[in-house]
Design a protein around this ligand. Structure first.
Ligand SMILES: [Zn+2]
Length: 163
C-alpha cells in the first residue's frame, strides 16, 4: 500500500469520534513500516492492550477502524485469522470488535472478527513473519492476497453498514 502519514491516518477513522481519532496512539515506527508488503496497516495501541487499529484502502478512499481486543482466556488453543487464514496457537489470534460507523454504532452495535493479534496478516502471507504453520495450499501468493483483501473488504462493509 501507499505509505501513509499521521494526518491521513487520523482522518480515515469511521467508527470513533473526531476527538478519539485525534488522540489515538499511532505506530511509533510509521516511517519504517514495510509499506510495499502491506495490504493494510494494522497496529496495537502501545499504551492500551485492549485497543487495536486498522487502516485500509477501499474503493471510496482510506478507511480506518478502531477495534476492541477481547481479553485472552489463557487456554492453549489453535485458531485461525478470518482475514489471512493463518493458524496460530496460543494468543496469536484475538477476537476484535469494531463499533459500527454512524447511528448503528451510537446505538451500541458492533461487528466482531477473529484476527491475527498483531494484525500482521500481510507479513504472514508473504512469509516475512512465521506463524509456525500455515495451511498447505496450492494457490499463489497473489490469490492469497486477493482473498485476504476480499475478507477485509467484507469486514469493513459490515463496519460501515453497507453489507
Ligand atoms: Zn491474519
Amino acid at each position: 500500500m501507499t505509505p501513509l502519514t499521521e494526518p491521513t491516518i487520523r482522518a480515515s477513522f469511521v467508527n470513533c469520534t473526531k476527538g478519539e481519532a485525534k488522540r489515538l496512539a499511532l505506530p511509533r515506527d510509521l516511517a519504517e513500516r514495510p509499506w510495499a508488503d502491506l495490504d493494510f496497516l494494522g497496529w496495537r495501541d502501545p499504551a492500551a492492550a485492549e485497543r487495536a487499529y486498522l487502516v485500509a484502502e477501499s474503493g471510496t478512499g482510506l478507511l480506518g477502524v478502531a477495534l476492541r481486543v477481547a481479553p485472552q482466556t489463557g487456554r492453549v488453543r489453535r485458531s485461525m485469522c478470518s482475514l489471512c487464514l493463518t493458524t496460530h496457537t496460543g494468543d496469536g489470534v484475538s477476537l476484535m470488535t469494531a463499533r459500527k460507523a454512524g447511528p448503528d454504532g451510537r446505538a451500541g452495535n458492533s461487528v466482531g472478527s477473529y484476527l491475527c493479534t498483531d494484525l500482521a496478516c500481510s507479513l504472514y502471507l508473504r512469509g516475512r513473519k512465521n506463524a509456525g504453520r500455515r495451511l498447505d495450499e496450492s494457490i499463489t501468493l497473489a490469490e492469497k492476497i486477493d482473498r485476504t483483501t476480499g475478507n477485509l473488504a467484507a469486514f469493513l462493509r459490515q463496519v460501515i453498514g453497507s453489507g
